[in-house]
Design a protein. Sequence first.
Length: 277
Amino acid sequence: MTKLVLQGNALTKDIASDIAEKVAGSLDYKPDFSTITVTQRLGQEQLKALREDYAFDINEIPEEFDPSEASLLVTDMDSTLISIECVDEIASFINAKPQVSAITEAAMRGEIDFETSLRQRVALLKGLDFSVLEQVFEQRLSLNSGAKTMLEGLKQKGIKTALVSGGFTFFTERLQQQLGLDYTLANMLASQDGKLTGEVEGEICGAQAKADFLLQQCQQLGISPSQTVAMGDGANDLVMMKEAGLSIAYHAKPAVQAQAMTQLNHCGLEGVLGLLQ
């Protein structure tokens, strides 16, 4: 037995019933989301065809993953928990956003090694006043739709939350305090005399560091990686996502969607709760 989860504004009971008939499954309809229990897993081609036919999210939950056992959600920050890419917004203060954004996009598509791309982008910020980071946080940073609903729902379920980012501690630490997140990991921007030096302090938090962080938290919590959920949008999230019991591509790059177990392209972050029912 396996389960399909349908969710999104375009979902209606009639449409859900039609899909249940197509896949020979048993429908449990709810206004926020529907589940269809089927006796056999759908093939990737059948799932792809369904997604192309309907303007809402359709996901098949892996049989090996038990939502009731989920104990930890590890999420990316930029363009996942929040709506912006922080480094791009910082760069806009020195009119370097186009150059930095181009590097960011290439890195997220997996065309450039993440560590190299981060050093290239941070180098362009050299000499910028450190106070600009506060301006970005206060004036430009916003949570993605459904973030607070997701976090409140996870807390009610007793699921710990971790924010792991190839971005910067200046933002992750403030979000942790603001949102009550349990754990964070990110990169630290070096500064001297109130100015950015164009360097990152310490080891870079890249793809492998994110995966290692997930496994370390599992060890500390005494849980299995199969009890974790990992969510992201870029290529540097894939290693982490492969370690988790359930991976979610959130409005992600095509390469990430192709490798993730599930994907959210129509829902906001509240869709995570639907996948954990």
